[in-house]
Ligand binder design. Sequence first.
Ligand SMILES: NC(=O)c1ccc[n+]([C@@H]2O[C@H](COP(=O)([O-])OP(=O)(O)OC[C@H]3O[C@@H](n4cnc5c(N)ncnc54)[C@H](O)[C@@H]3O)[C@@H](O)[C@H]2O)c1
Ligand SMILES: O=C(O)[C@H]1O[C@H](OP(=O)(O)OP(=O)(O)OC[C@H]2O[C@@H](n3ccc(=O)[nH]c3=O)[C@H](O)[C@@H]2O)[C@H](O)[C@@H](O)[C@@H]1O
Length: 389
Amino acid sequence: MASSNRVDLGGNPIKPITICMIGAGGFIGSHLCEKLMAETPHKVLALDVYNDKIKHLLEPDTLPWADRIQFHRLNIKNDSRLESLIRMADLTINLAAICTPADYNTRPLDTIYSNFIDAIPVVKYCSGNNKRLIHFSTCEVYGKTIGSFLPKDSPLRQDPSYYVLSEDTSPCIFGPIEKQRWSYACAKQLIERLIYAEGAENGLDFTIVRPFNWIGPRMDFIPGIDGPSEGVPRVLACFSNNLLRREPLKLVDGGQSQRTFVYIKDAIEAVLLMIENPSRSNGQIFNVGNPNNEVTVKQLAEMMTEVYAKVSGEPSLETPTIDISSEEFYGVGYDDSDKRIPDMTIINRQLGWNPKTSLWDLLESTLTYQHRTYAEAIKQATAKPAASS
Ligand SMILES: NC(=O)c1ccc[n+]([C@@H]2O[C@H](COP(=O)([O-])OP(=O)(O)OC[C@H]3O[C@@H](n4cnc5c(N)ncnc54)[C@H](O)[C@@H]3O)[C@@H](O)[C@H]2O)c1
Ligand SMILES: O=C(O)[C@H]1O[C@H](OP(=O)(O)OP(=O)(O)OC[C@H]2O[C@@H](n3ccc(=O)[nH]c3=O)[C@H](O)[C@@H]2O)[C@H](O)[C@@H](O)[C@@H]1O
């Protein structure tokens, strides 16, 4: 329950604030709203075009936090209410974006507009009205590691300085323009630079968050169930969909890319620390990830297969994975980040935050959720054609 005697990292009482959360209806937004309602006294103006993932927080209006959350259905591209909602709040958190890799090379214009152009008014309204901004960027701004350009057998590839990604020292390395995969990373980088410049020239109080593969319940959609049949969500939902349908998991270019995955609930703790400790967060760019949870995508597929068999009680397929080329899976212009290990020095120093949950544990709770939420719907959807023939 929201307690009134909560203190910040300096031991000072935390005053209730109003937060304008743009993109509140998405994966991260839904978990952040849940946390803010259950554990803090803060108010949320929740802005999004959809609210399915936060319906449980909005209805019925007898919920204990009913007077602390207000949903505003709006598209920030073209809605004149945006500035007044930002003005009504003490802090704006911008989560709105197109952020699924399948879109970056097939809808590059929408990707660039969404991640750069549409975010500009948010930055300007915060700067012009002296409001604090927490903006969600991405670990993709780092692009590829320096180490990826070394020969495969170079011993330097084992040296962390060639692959650990640090906020204030690592370069941002993208592929050529025809590799439209980088449209997202480049747009995010430019909005980071704009925010940074607003801070330097006009005194904007900002915090930039670079999430490293946050995963958990409510991430994206299951194609044909609560999203388009032909849609391609991020890897957690792709693999969940394959497991639920008892299909082999598809390994893009052999699944050799490496990722570090962090549990959404751990990551949300970090965001709450940023919200409630502005003096330690303003002017900072924070990596938020779990360097201990590194796997190749192939290892992730194997682990998810094992965990899913445990939580569903269904035996795994004889051939649990198949290889597929990136061109076949994503189309022309796809490219990939090779490896993503976050340097945690800054977030540790400023906020004392550390992730807690192991990859096995986070997959167990997430796949339990996926099974409970979708297994029956998939059974019905796949049974339909047979019943009608
Ligand atoms: N999940 C991750 O691990 C991760 C990693 C890196 C970066 N991020 C960044 O974090 C943010 C949130 O990511 P997420 O995983 O919750 O994605 P999401 O797609 O689940 O949420 C984004 C939300 O923004 C909304 N939105 C998009 N455009 C809008 C518009 N024009 N007007 C109003 N609402 C709009 C969408 O409807 C959606 O609900 C994004 O900026 C993303 O780039 C997330
Ligand atoms: O989450 C993040 O930190 C960032 O990274 C993601 O990018 P990426 O990790 O490449 O996206 P995923 O869809 O999660 O894919 C991870 C890896 O799995 C592979 N993959 C994906 C799906 C699939 O079915 N099979 C498969 O092998 C991809 O090729 C990629 O190598 C997205 O760009 C953003 O959500 C975000 O900014």
